[in-house]
Design a protein around this ligand. Structure first.
Ligand code: PCA
Length: 219
């Protein structure tokens, strides 16, 4: 167990036939980076597998005792940084995970609440990113695949075991080199995503009460 506070930053291994995952590339490059407050980042690679992703996360939290956990994932359909608002208690996989499992309408945690909200200052993060001229928005759904599963499981761990930890989930667009396989998809350069995650971390560390800014969706 480490005595000093750390920030845990997780990224997922590639999935769906992709050779890379922007979330893992960003997490790896931020390993050891220090936030403005001096707190260092510990990066953690998660398997893109239902169940095991959460086991690895829980072990990493027990080992590093972070004050803040930011989980990252790839969202090929998003052209901007998507700061997730809510995790829901359902796994409904359109494709198999990296272990070949494809749960349909199963709870992430049997008997758990239907949903948890992010405890990150999501509006403040989006405002800080837009201020830095990085396209970003609040997302109202992290999907129902492994990212939502991980986000829900993280929120459940915080609610039941680590009440002083703050955390949430951010989806990243594709990297430019991936778009060949996703015709028409938008992408973002790696350096910009790294800047975005640094800004999200610094904002999470210094904003305790989130800004009241409109960032909802009509549909
Ligand atoms: N994205 C997937 C799982 C792993 C990842 O990077 C998702 O959005 O569920």
């Amino acid at each position: 167990m480490s005595a000093d506070p750390v920030i845990l930053l997780t990224g997922f291994e590639p999935f769906g036939g992709e050779p890379i995952n922007p979330s893992l590339e960003v997490a790896r490059r931020l390993q050891g980076w220090r936030a403005a407050s001096g707190v260092p980042i510990t990066a953690c690679e998660l398997p893109t597998e239902f169940g095991r992703a959460l086991d690895v996360l829980a072990q990493a939290m027990a080992r590093t005792r972070p004050q803040l956990v930011i989980a990252l994932g790839q969202a090929a359909s998003r052209g901007e940084i998507s700061v997730e608002r809510v995790a829901i208690n359902v796994d409904d996989a359109r494709i198999a995970d990296n272990a070949g499992r494809q749960p349909i309408d199963e709870p992430v945690v049997a008997g758990g609440p239907s949903a948890y909200f992010s405890t990150l200052p999501i509006k403040s993060i989006v405002a800080a990113l837009n201020e830095a001229r990085i396209a970003a928005s609040v997302s109202q759904s992290a999907g129902t695949f492994v990212c939502n599963h991980l986000f829900y499981g993280l929120a459940h761990l915080m609610a039941t075991r680590w009440p002083d930890v703050r955390g949430g989930f951010i989806h990243l667009p594709l990297l430019p080199e991936q778009t060949l396989r996703f015709p028409g998809a938008l992408s973002m350069p790696l350096d910009k995503m790294i800047d975005a995650v640094r800004i999200a971390i610094d904002t999470s560390l210094h904003v305790r009460v989130d800004a009241k800014l409109a960032a909802g969706a009509i549909d």
